[in-house]
Design a protein around this ligand. Structure first.
Ligand code: ADP
Ligand code: GN1
Ligand code: MG
Length: 362
């Protein structure tokens, strides 16, 4: 057993849970473990390099979960399965602080559910869209001013671009020369960065309480029915644009290949998946869309994919300090994959816009 495994098995005692744990899931950010026997739990070490203020993250999550619990009850749902349940420590807290950088939390494991990195069929993606849409609808009257900004300027794409330029300039690992083509691609797309932010600033795109990290493996689907069950990974729930949630979900789930596929010929937009997600998301939220949101819905998939691509490239140039990697050029492979997806969506934008109009009945 390595040092971390010992630490985790010790930490779990603060939550009065005595089972062995093993690493779990495919998240890029936190360290996630599952306990061995039923009832099972998810133990996470919050990534304090990414989340500079873990207590603020936990305050957000506790409030959001309490709020959702009441809403789900009122709608006749089962809050124990349809929202995350935080376990308290023996000291009565929502998290355990081991030392300055190691913060741990425990959730009830949602049994009889699945989370997928890629949808196997359009029904699953449609169901995920309903779940993410419902999540946002249920939070539509959440007091947004009570939420901490857990990562500053998380989806401020122009600032993400500035961070890329700074990483190119600093070139701390001497990797710049090997990514000139990717830098050129990024610079040629700089103009698209400000489209959503401009809309927020001029009021044509309202701020809502959004999830901000809507990749498919952040929603649990019911193992038996395949229906969307519970939206998880609530670390980045903050005021934002619904375009962030739509665009990022398409980026992650409507790619014909994995996010880190090296064979770029396999990477592109699956238009049927795009339509399935658009249908579900619009069913839940379409009535509340503004004109500008509708205009930018399809384009948001390109912007969010581009943003993620430049984040991966920035991390590659900076020495892989943010996203977990499992091979030396992992972040570079991810960046190339995202840029290829951007390129393919640009070719298909008219078709994507036509689908948006069709599902909205316009
Ligand atoms: P990260 O921030 O690193 O992405 P997540 O909170 O998304 O971490 O958790 C990683 C994975 O663990 C999820 O994709 C999901 O498969 C699984 N998971 C997390 N919480 C639960 C839960 N309460 N029940 C079942 N599975 C969970
Ligand atoms: C991270 O935590 P996870 O794996 O669900 C990242 C997202 C990226 C995504 C790319 C807090 O999501 O913003 O879009 O990786 N989360 C954070 O796969 O940075
Ligand atoms: Mg996650």
């Amino acid at each position: 057993m390595n040092e971390m495994a010992y630490l985790v098995n010790d930490i779990i005692r603060h939550f009065d849970i005595e089972f062995e744990t093993s690493p779990y899931g495919n998240g890029h950010i936190n360290d996630t473990y599952i306990t061995g026997c039923k009832p099972r739990y998810i133990l996470q070490r919050i990534n304090s390099n990414v989340f500079k203020n873990p207590p603020a993250v936990m305050e957000n999550i506790a409030k959001v979960c309490d709020f959702l619990r009441e809403k789900i009850k009122a709608e006749g749902g089962d809050p124990d399965r349809e929202t995350l349940t935080l376990m308290r420590t023996v000291e009565g807290k929502d998290y355990h602080k081991e030392n300055e950088q190691d913060y741990f939390r425990v959730y009830k494991f949602i049994e009889d559910s699945i989370s997928l990195d890629t949808p196997e069929n359009t029904d699953q993606f449609y169901n995920a869209a309903l779940a993410f849409g419902k999540f946002q609808r249920l939070l539509s009257d959440f007091p947004a001013s009570e939420l901490h900004e857990t990562i500053k300027d998380f989806h401020h794409t122009p600032k993400r671009f500035e961070a890329l330029e700074a990483a190119i300039e600093a070139d701390v690992c001497g990797r710049r020369a090997s990514v000139e083509k990717e830098i050129e691609f990024a610079r040629a797309h700089k103009d698209m960065c400000s489209l959503i932010i401009n809309g927020i600033e001029d009021g044509s795109i309202p701020l809502r309480v959004t999830h901000n990290d809507t990749k498919l493996n952040n929603v649990m689907l019911d193992a038996e029915t395949g229906k969307g069950l519970c939206v998880i990974d609530l670390d980045t729930v903050m005021p934002g644009s619904l375009l962030y949630d739509f665009g990022d979900a398409i980026r992650a789930g409507a790619n014909t290949a994995a996010e880190d596929e090296k064979d770029l010929d396999l990477v592109g937009l699956n238009v049927d998946m795009f339509e399935a997600f658009a249908r579900g998301f619009c069913e839940e939220l379409g009535e509340s869309f503004t004109e500008r949101e509708i205009e930018l819905l399809a384009t948001s998939a390109i912007i969010l994919t581009f943003e993620c691509g430049i984040r991966f490239l920035t991390d590659y140039l900076s020495g892989d300090t943010y996203f977990k990697i499992h091979r030396p050029e992992h972040n570079l492979d991810r960046a190339r994959d995202q840029f290829k997806l951007v390129y393919d969506m640009e070719q298909k934008l008219d078709e994507m816009n036509a689908i948006v109009r069709k599902v909205l009945g316009r």
